[in-house]
Design a protein around this ligand. Structure first.
Ligand code: ADP
Length: 376
């Protein structure tokens, strides 16, 4: 650096050093679109060196289908307007078309008259490619998900009829052959009938699962959680009576969730609290607390509990910790609960220690202006 530089020259020298070290292309042009300066970033972005492009028209950089946009950009600059983050395409010296984001500002002389424009161009080709790949992958995933759901629904639906046939004809066989079968044959027939029955339950649960999110969450009306809980308890009456379960609840809120979904949540969680009971009669407590923009519901039991290492897995479809001989079930209930709460943008989790009961919690988002003092 020349030590004789004036402070004005020093500022200019610093500015040009900044411009030159920029990764972005920084270009200026006059009002006729003739290039007047060109930094190193522009050399890298467009492939031309300064000496060969300064004095030539900016339209050299236009991508074939974008030539028309240049005059309108120049017209805006003449009016003193700035063009910000304008995404378009430009052509490099080697002919390759690149995606760029442009910010163009009018350049004024000392008297304030617009004499040209400065332009910062950023090569966003890789970013655009990544965005497009992500968009395509997302669309593909959504399509695959829809197809899979449709498949699961039709498969479980179509399986019902043949299953009913197996069940009915095994029962008929059993009746017709009563007294003529030896003990082994009788046993085989019983196994076949039990298998068909288990499969019918599985198919029914799968149908409920695939059906669960058919209702749009947009059409949900405010629902009294207490009413949904009462319906769940009514549906569980026989197992409550059989096991001597007691169910208590604190005042519950009104939430904007389809009643059937809230009922399914309570029914599955209370049903499990009864099924996975300890030697004591089941004691189940249901409560809800308000937290910022959500209601958190708790279903607490005094059952066998769940060891920490399984507390995430149990929400997966078909995931069970016990054999059908110990506890009957299909491993669909908690996956269904998770699917329902996630449909409303909520979440579900469990807090438990093995042997010390489990508390299932689910949070349902709720707008702050909802009437959250309304517990009943
Ligand atoms: P299912 O009850 O048909 O097996 P779920 O999806 O409802 O299926 O539950 C998955 C697993 O989580 C159960 O097999 C059980 O091991 C465990 N589980 C669920 N609820 C409880 C509970 N309240 N206490 C202890 N374990 C539970």
């Amino acid at each position: 650096m020349n030590p004789e530089l004036t402070s004005d020259e020093l500022v200019r020298w610093r500015l040009s050093a900044i411009v030159d070290s920029s990764d972005d292309a920084i270009i200026s042009k006059d009002l006729n679109g003739i290039i007047t300066s060109w930094n190193r970033g522009a050399e890298r972005t467009f492939g031309y060196v300064a000496e060969e492009i300064i004095g030539r028209p900016i339209s050299l950089l236009a991508a074939p289908d974008r030539i028309n946009e240049m005059p309108s950009i120049l017209a805006r600059i003449r009016r003193g307007e700035r063009v910000e983050h304008y995404e378009t395409f430009r052509k490099r010296k080697d002919g390759r078309v690149i995606a760029v984001s442009l910010t163009i500002s009018p350049l004024r002389d000392h008297s304030g008259t617009i004499v040209g424009a400065s332009k910062i161009a950023r090569d966003i080709t890789d970013q655009k490619r990544a965005e497009e790949a992500l968009r395509q992958a997302n669309a593909q995933l959504r399509r695959a998900n829809r197809e899979l759901e449709q498949f699961a629904y039709s498969a479980s639906h179509d399986l019902q009829e043949p299953l009913r046939m197996v069940s009915i004809y095994s029962q008929l066989l059993q009746k017709r052959l009563a007294g003529t079968l030896d003990a082994d044959a009788q046993q085989y027939l019983t196994y076949a009938m039990q298998g068909a029955e288990r499969m019918q339950i599985l198919v029914r649960d799968l149908l409920t699962y695939t059906h669960a999110t058919n209702l749009s969450d947009q059409s949900a009306q405010p629902t009294h959680a207490t009413a949904a809980l009462q319906r769940a308890i009514e549906n569980l009456q026989s197992s409550i009576a059989e096991t001597g379960a007691s169910i208590a609840h604190t005042p519950l809120p009104i939430v904007t969730v389809h009643e059937v979904h809230l009922r399914q949540l309570f029914q599955n969680l209370i049903g499990n609290a009864i099924k996975y009971r300890s030697l004591e009669p089941p004691r189940i407590e249901i409560s809800a607390i308000r937290q910022q923009n959500e209601w958190v519901f708790c279903v607490k039991d005094n059952g066998i509990g769940i060891a920490p290492q399984y507390q995430k897995q149990i929400f997966e479809l078909f995931k069970r910790l016990h054999s059908a001989a110990d506890y009957q079930g299909t491993g669909i209930g908690l996956a269904l609960c998770q699917r329902i709460v996630e449909k409303y943008g909520g979440r579900i989790w469990v807090e438990s220690e093995e042997g010390a009961g489990a508390t299932f919690l689910f949070a349902l988002p709720d707008s702050p202006e909802e009437n959250h003092s309304q517990l009943g």
